[in-house]
Design a protein around this ligand. Sequence first.
Ligand code: SF4
Ligand code: SF4
Length: 480
Amino acid sequence: MPIIPVPAATDPAAADEPEMTSLYVAHQKIYPRSVQGIFAYWRWMLVFLTQLVFYGLPWLEWGQRQAVLFDLGARRFYVFGFVLYPQDFIYLSAILVISAFALFLFTAVAGRLWCGFACPQTVYSEIFLWIERKVEGDRSARMRLDAADLSLHKVFKKSSKHLLWVALALWTGFTFVGYFTPIHVLGMAFLTGSMGSWEIFWVFFYAFATYGNAGFMREQVCKYMCPYARFQSAMFDKDTLIVSYLAERGEPRGARSKKADPKQLGLGDCVDCSLCVQVCPTGIDIRKGLQYECIGCGACIDVCDGVMDKVGYAKGLIQFTTQNAQSHHWSRQQTWRRVLRGRVLVYTAILLAVTVALLWSLAVRQPFKVDVVRDRAVLARIVAGGQIENVYRLQVMNAAEKMLYFKIEAEGLPGLSMATEHIVSVPATESKWVPVRLHLPYDATTPGSHTIHFQITSFVDNDEEVLGKVVEQSAFLVPR
Ligand code: SF4
Ligand code: SF4
């Protein structure tokens, strides 16, 4: 632990003796108290929703296969009715752009909404904390248990909690790997002890990360590891809704009897019960103002509203509001009018535009892809009959869930003809390399490189209804 010397200023006798000050403070374990209220309700709704999707999705079937499967070995992603190839990277880029703008938008409107309600770190910490509460009790019981001497009771409680944590973490790791290996196959391999080494590694690695982050690290991940907490200030402004303590109303704080008139006592509305600090998952005191550790979970709002109810004061001593609303004493309507400012509208417009473009592009997407590669070993040669031959390799990728037939044609030069099979078939979700030889009469055109086009038409059945058509450009070389 680095120690820095600080000159002692007060004691002349010790002036030459540097005082040692540690740059680090030992981590104080946080025991968040359970809380009920509207924000707790929505946080749990999001926990249910996100986990229902995460744990449930790999078990969902789509036709003959897993609905969502990222088959890295075959370089194919299956997402419901879509079969995506590495060439479909554009869709992943669009999803990343949408995620980024959604984050910008939510942050500009209401600060760290993502952190407080949907971030996996928050969600898993909440689930692990729920298990901890069920086994060890609420805040004071947990504090007493930690402070107690080692006993059979303590060992039983602690080992029960860790057993449940480990089971949940392993299930989480198993589910995660189930997105990359068909989960039924993975389950059978697990039961028969025949899981591959990479699968074992990732199940345990992901389980270990979940166990460590949600069980032990918790708020430290948000405070010290997550970069979002650091750059969020760049996305905040004075019209961003943030969790705020209304100091003008709450101060001076102080305890009082329920019947006492705070005005006569010269007190504000804060009864200094410290419950807002006790429920805070990052252990901060929101009454000190906006702090980067605040994840915007609203737990302090819920608990303070409960206190205000009990003492008979109006709710909202802690609330989601903006800095401008506080300093100008704006009404809700005035505040919301400013929240919907230019920046928010621009983010919304971009988000909508990219989302619509992505959906449109998916809707009109061809059920196959073609890559044309020139055979580099044979640039051009003269073959029987005095024809010039160029050789190509076409990678035909069938992104449909049924066998497709493809008619290959080439055009762009007078007399250009195909010397290989016109029609090829590719099984469902497979890809095939097709060698194609093109012939051109010797004196049909001038020497050099000429642009040609391959036209590939797909059919469900040989010469039946056309499913789609793609045109790929290439070059035909005529030697001197
Ligand atoms: S919960 Fe409300 S009343 Fe209690 S200390 Fe916090 S701000 Fe004051
Ligand atoms: S200060 Fe309030 S909103 Fe911020 S993290 Fe703590 S409990 Fe959540």
